[in-house]
Design a binder for this molecule. Structure first.
Ligand code: FES
Length: 334
């Protein structure tokens, strides 16, 4: 076995580790396993042996790579304070983060990550429909396991191209009500049928490729059950700054500074110019990393993290994409 004591990555990696700020956690890879073709799992421990920050099912961490911070869902056992697990799909044509992890993260390697963040905002339910596509199983599986442990009735559909391509298939099968779907031989999962069969009050979670999440969202809205659906995406087609955007003013409550965000600049960029540190990863309103408490003022929420109800409550904002509504002044707890 090859032993790697330090992950290499040069100046870019160091700058992305620095961008994690004071919450950077130095990790050691305790184990690496091939979970399915192109998918590895990494068991991670804190490098100094201390317990890790707690997380809830659906939570994720940002791992620093030379290509930037990359978001990975925690997919191990939340009751284990000594270790985290992530699964990484090798994407040779991706932006480079996952490829780098496949090439550099081996037993005894070190990685740096953020503390966990809760994007899915999972809550207990008596019954749930869980839909996962490909690597989208990673946030869904701990949610399903938690629900099953607490006696919920589950229906889980996990679609992958072929029979051997399902990661964590043993854990999935151990859950009652799960079905591993091979789309290469069976076609797309019958989403409409599954959603129509969802009993009243059933919580619905979906994570996977955009095509799957889009279809689930459209169908759930059409069936009038969109408020029960929680989704997580891997990518987003979001314009953070749009034609017609206007400048708006912001008070940074903790520092007492009043600033103006120009029409062609994101709130996140402007906060950075003022030296306000906000962790960010996707810059597209999907990862939840940059969540910032909003004390007053109404925002135009462009993220895909909050539900419509949470947007209406309006007590937080994702400044990588979101802005003030016309004429509104925002006060941030920052
Ligand atoms: S950086 Fe991902 S939501 Fe803002």
């Amino acid at each position: 076995m090859t032993t790697h004591t330090m992950v290499s990555g040069g100046r870019e990696l160091r700058s992305h580790i620095e961008s994690l700020g004071s919450e950077a956690v130095e990790l050691t890879v305790a184990a690496r396993h091939e979970e399915a073709a192109g998918i590895i799992s990494l068991t991670l421990r804190q490098a100094d042996g201390r317990d890790l920050p707690a997380w809830r099912p659906g939570g994720h961490i940002d791992i620093a790579t030379p290509a930037g911070l990359r978001q990975y869902s925690l997919c191990g056992d939340p009751s284990r304070a000594d270790e985290w697990m992530v699964a990484v799909l090798d994407e040779p044509d991706g932006r480079g983060g996952s490829r780098w992890i496949h090439e550099h993260a081996f037993e005894s390697s070190n990685l740096w990550a953020s503390s966990p963040r809760d994007t899915f905002r999972f809550s207990p339910a008596e019954s749930a429909l869980l839909i996962a596509g490909g690597i989208g199983i990673t946030p869904i599986l701990p949610i399903a396991e938690d629900l099953a442990k607490n006696g919920a009735r589950l229906r889980m559909l996990y679609t992958a191209r072929e029979a051997g391509a399902h990661a964590f298939s043993g854990r999935c099968r151990a859950l009652g009500g799960s079905e591993l779907w091979a789309s290469g031989s069976r076609g797309r999962i019958p989403l409409r049928q599954e959603l129509e069969a969802a009993a009243p009050g059933m919580a619905i979670y979906c994570c996977g490729p955009d095509s799957l999440v889009d279809e689930a969202t459209e169908l759930a809205n059409e069936l009038g059950i969109g408020d029960r659906l929680r989704v997580e995406r891997f990518s987003a087609d979001v314009e953070a700054v749009r034609a017609g955007d206007s400048a708006f003013s912001v008070t940074m409550r903790r520092s007492g500074k009043d600033i103006v965000v120009p029409a062609d600049v994101t709130l996140l960029e402007r906060l950075g110019e003022e030296g306000a540190f906000v962790v960010s990863s996707c810059h597209a309103g999907i990862c939840g990393s940059c969540e910032t408490p909003l004390l007053s003022g109404r925002a135009e929420h462009r993220d895909q993290v909050l539900t419509d109800e949470e947007k209406a409550v309006g007590d937080c904002i994702f400044p990588c994409v979101s802005r003030a509504l016309p004429g509104e002044h925002l006060v941030l707890d920052i």
